[in-house]
Design a protein around this ligand. Structure first.
Ligand SMILES: C[S@@+](CC[C@H](N)C(=O)[O-])C[C@H]1O[C@@H](n2cnc3c(N)ncnc32)[C@H](O)[C@@H]1O
Length: 385
């Protein structure tokens, strides 16, 4: 602990300090989820800016270096069990176990860019504009996000923010196996990997699965350029993916039943966390019978589409619950940024031998009401579980 604090102080004084993050709250119910430290210049003096992240708000305070050490002393190993210090020379992590035994780990610096020192930074993004992967993927250059990619940048940050909260809620091992199904050009896959490397206790191995080979070869080249050996991409239909071990299953905007295939793979591989943002909802839209009780309303195409979306995703959430997951369905990012904005998250809460009968009855009664024979996810789970 003393060595860690001395390294922080040394890097701050030598001008090589990038940032420091406190994570892994000692209590799962803690309102304070993280503390982020960065250097700020106020008039002519340098201070350390602490951002205290609570569930509903951020509180920002600026301290001199001695006060900062006091603050770190009062939090480290008490309410936070993990700290990561990034400098242009080295990355240093500090881990406390449940008995508060401490371990220090040093790694090669993941960034050599010093951040800007402006005091009134309006938004505290978890992925900063100068992250090397943003440049590799063509989202930014010279440390600035291109105007045309501002929406993508906001989406990336919102996603990482959601994931950072979820990863704390699930029961996950330190060596984390993540599979991202239908990863496309990999923006969100790279973002999560970057965030985990820099700001978490996890040692991630991330695999992106994508049908289109030119996208996986693009992503593989970029991952190699960044020196990220534990981020790989496979050109494959997710249906063929052999899910031996998955801790975290992700499927973002995968088309129609691809989301169901991904969820089923996650349940079968006993993933502790499943996160998906569904795309289109064709299967249920076609399966809905026209003689159901809502016909006078659903004759309007847009309402039929919305109803299909509600039913598809509602039943997905119920099926996940039936298999022992705690689920949430929410708006992932405001609609002006993307039309595909619903996210379903599922954290494994209990092991089940067979799906919960009363939840399956609820699914059956919903299907009956809309004349639906079968939800594709049900079919997959019935075949393989
Ligand atoms: C809309 S993109 C989303 C990309 C990325 N997940 C994101 O949210 O930014 C959906 C991707 O899923 C891929 N995809 C669809 N069905 C698939 C399947 N069965 N197996 C593998 N990839 C699939 C498509 O090729 C496409 O690149």
């Amino acid at each position: 602990m003393e060595e860690f604090l001395a390294l922080f102080q040394g890097h701050f004084k030598q001008g090589t300090f990038i940032k420091l993050t406190l994570s892994k709250p000692a209590s799962k119910s803690a309102d304070l989820s993280n503390i982020y430290l960065r250097r700020v210049r106020i008039k002519t003096a340098d201070y350390v800016q602490f951002t205290y992240r609570y569930q509903q708000k951020d509180i920002i305070k600026n301290y001199d270096i001695a006060q900062s050490i006091d603050q770190l002393n009062s939090h480290l190993g008490k309410d936070f069990l993990h700290a990561t210090l990034l400098s242009t020379r080295e990355d240093v992590s500090l881990f406390f176990n449940k008995k508060r035994k401490v371990r220090l780990q040093k790694r090669r610096a993941t960034s050599t860019h010093l951040p800007k020192l402006d005091h009134n930074k309006t938004k505290n993004y978890l992925i900063e504009e100068d992250a090397a992967f943003l440049e590799q993927l063509g989202v930014a250059s010279k440390g600035r996000v291109h105007k045309a990619h501002q929406d993508k940048y906001r989406q990336i940050n919102k996603y990482v923010e959601v994931m950072s909260g979820l990863l704390e809620q699930a029961d996950l091992p330190q060596s984390l196996q993540i599979v991202d199904m239908g990863c496309g050009k990999g923006y969100l896959t790279f973002a999560l990997h970057d965030f985990l490397l820099r700001n978490s206790r996890f040692i991630p191995t991330v695999v992106g699965i994508e049908l289109r080979e030119h996208l996986t070869s693009f992503c593989s080249t970029k991952a190699a350029a960044l020196g990220w050996q534990n981020l790989s991409f496979i050109a494959q239909d997710i249906q063929q993916f052999d899910a031996e071990k998955i801790d975290v299953l992700i499927a973002l905007h995968a088309c129609d039943i691809a989301t169901d295939i991904a969820i089923a793979k996650g349940i079968q591989a006993d993933a502790q966390l499943i996160v998906c943002a569904p795309c289109c909802h064709k299967q249920i839209r076609k399966a809905m019978q026209s003689d159901n009780r809502m016909q006078s309303i659903l004759k309007n195409g847009i309402l039929e589409e919305r109803q299909a979306e509600i039913l598809t995703d509602g039943i997905r959430a119920l099926m996940l619950e039936a298999y022992g997951y705690e689920t949430k369905v929410f708006e992932f990012i405001a609609l002006e940024h993307t039309a595909k904005n619903i996210m379903i998250t599922a954290v494994k809460r209990k092991e089940v031998d067979k799906p919960d009968a009363s939840t399956l009855r609820e699914v059956a009664s919903l299907k009956k009401m809309y004349g639906i024979q079968q939800h594709y996810l049900e079919k997959l789970l019935a075949q393989n579980y």
